[in-house]
Design a protein around this ligand. Structure first.
Ligand code: GDP
Ligand code: IMO
Ligand code: MG
Length: 431
């Protein structure tokens, strides 16, 4: 297949970055199509760790075109810093390979200020956002007051719009949120620098992708966040402000629906979540701490400890259905080594009622109790496994059971953070 999407099947941090980096070897173009620098995708290549926030995770392979599509919200300063950081480490040398959509929206300092002030005011009702201004930036996009990169082509018109926005936002910050206003002059100076730096990357990325599809080039779409953080299909309001599934590709990258051939969902062999909101299979205490330490489950974007839980087949089925997944990549199987017994959430119950799917009244997700199935664990180190037959029988049984409960092919199993620590059962680009 030539056009493949990688999307998160849980609450983010499933290991999308690792899988995108792996598959990027077989792709020509790698595309971010939604989200912003609330994403943090970790790549471990030749013992070096990279955390990519806005730059697509194909950037560590030489010669790949990396596209930041129109559906993203981009903090221009954060993008510049990320690009500089990669260049300092000898990556992303060729500027002509990074393409930033003219139509992408900019995240401004006032978006970050609003995000922070709202979270602080919300107290115990806070969402636990990353604080990078993502929600407020998407709000402005929908309100049609946002600034896009194409605005930079006429700087005096840009300046006028920016000044108007700063006036409005400062009024909102001061009077409603009781927060400190942002400094308009400073922002204008920053934007003038940004303009010089970022103009070289600007591109009609939808037209570029159209040409790439027509020419039969292999395109890899890199989702951010995960199905349960999706603004429509996730655990609203404890979600991010974009659609996080494959559906967002058509709006956020500009290819046509029929042009996407396969969706690969990424899920951990257990579950994690950062931020507030329901989490039916959550576990706490000693076992959760063990998994958190073993799996280094601390947010790559904010350093917050991730909440930990068992694999939840109900949520996996939800994500698979919404995305029409061709296959699933299961990551961090190695982290479960030594845990016996293992549990898989297969359904939910509440009083006499049981549920095989998420209850239609989504609010019940905070009240249901999971129905678990227990499976025997394994003790052997599996980090060197490169094929299913290298795995202990109980690890294979665990994978098979997940495949059965989810009704989807297991395409990839990841047994370590590095590119090599992977069992590729079926590569979608070669299928
Ligand atoms: P993303 O946001 O979906 O790209 O995921 P993150 O990069 O935020 O979080 C996944 C974390 O798990 C990163 O630290 C990865 O390096 C790490 N990781 C990915 N796959 C594996 C795996 O199979 N085993 C282990 N131990 N770590 C992994
Ligand atoms: P990647 O792409 C994990 C969560 C935040 C918060 C909620 C809203 O690395 O998987 P936001 O700042 O987006 O308004 O925060 O969404 N969140 C993520 N959690 N991984 C992510 O991205 C996330 N992006 C947003 O923790 O609960
Ligand atoms: Mg992440």
């Amino acid at each position: 297949m030539k056009t493949v999407a990688v999307v998160g099947a849980q609450w983010g941090d499933e290991g999308k970055g690792k899988v995108v980096d792996l598959l990027a070897a077989d792709a020509d173009v790698i595309v971010r199509f939604q989200g912003g620098n609330n994403a943090a995708h970790t790549l471990v290549v030749d013992d070096e760790k990279f955390i990519l926030r806005l730059v697509p995770a194909g950037a560590l392979h030489a010669g790949k075109v990396c596209v930041v599509g129109n559906g993203t919200v981009v903090d221009p300063i954060a993008l510049m810093e990320e690009v500089d950081g990669l260049k300092r480490r000898g990556r992303l040398r060729d500027d002509s390979l990074l393409k930033l959509s003219y139509d992408a929206h900019m995240v401004m300092p006032y978006h970050r200020a609003i995000d922070h002030a709202r979270e602080a005011r919300a107290g115990s009702r806070a969402i636990g956002t990353t604080g990078f201004g993502i929600g407020p930036a998407y709000e402005d996009k929908m309100a049609r007051t946002g600034l896009r990169f194409d605005d930079l082509t006429d700087f005096s018109a840009f300046k006028e719009k920016l000044e108007r926005n700063i006036r409005d936002k400062n009024l909102y910050l001061k009077t409603l949120l009781k927060a400190k206003p942002v400094n308009g002059r400073e922002i204008l100076e920053q934007m003038s620098k940004v303009r010089t730096r970022l103009r070289r990357y600007l591109c009609d990325t939808a037209a570029l992708l159209h040409e790439a599809v027509k020419a039969g080039r292999r395109i890899l779409f890199e989702g951010a966040h995960g199905a349960m953080l999706d603004i429509d299909h996730g655990t609203y309001p404890y979600v991010t402000s974009s659609n996080c599934g494959a559906c967002a590709i058509f709006g956020g990258a500009g290819i046509a629906p029929g042009e996407l051939e396969a969706v690969l969902g990424i899920s951990k062999a257990y579950t994690t979540r950062v931020g507030a909101g329901p989490f039916p299979t959550e576990i706490e205490g000693k076992l959760a701490n063990m998994l958190r330490e073993e799996g280094a489950e601390f947010g790559s974007a904010t350093g917050r400890p991730r909440r930990i839980g068992w694999f939840d087949a109900v949520l996996a089925r939800h994500a698979i259905r919404l995305n029409g997944m061709w296959g699933l990549a299961l990551t961090k199987l190695d982290v479960l080594t030594g845990i016996d017994p293992l549990r898989i959430g297969t359904g939910y119950k509440m009083r006499a009622q049981s549920y095989a799917e998420i209850p239609p009244d989504r609010r019940l997700l905070a009240k249901v109790k999971p129905i678990y199935e227990e499976m025997p664990g394994w003790r052997e180190d599996i980090t060197q496994a490169r094929s299913l037959s290298d795995l202990p029988a109980n690890a294979r049984r665990y994978l098979e059971r997940i495949g059965e409960l989810c009704g989807v092919r297991l395409a990839i199993v990841s047994v370590g953070a590095s590119r090599e620590a992977t069992i590729v059962i079926e590569n979608p680009f070669l299928a």
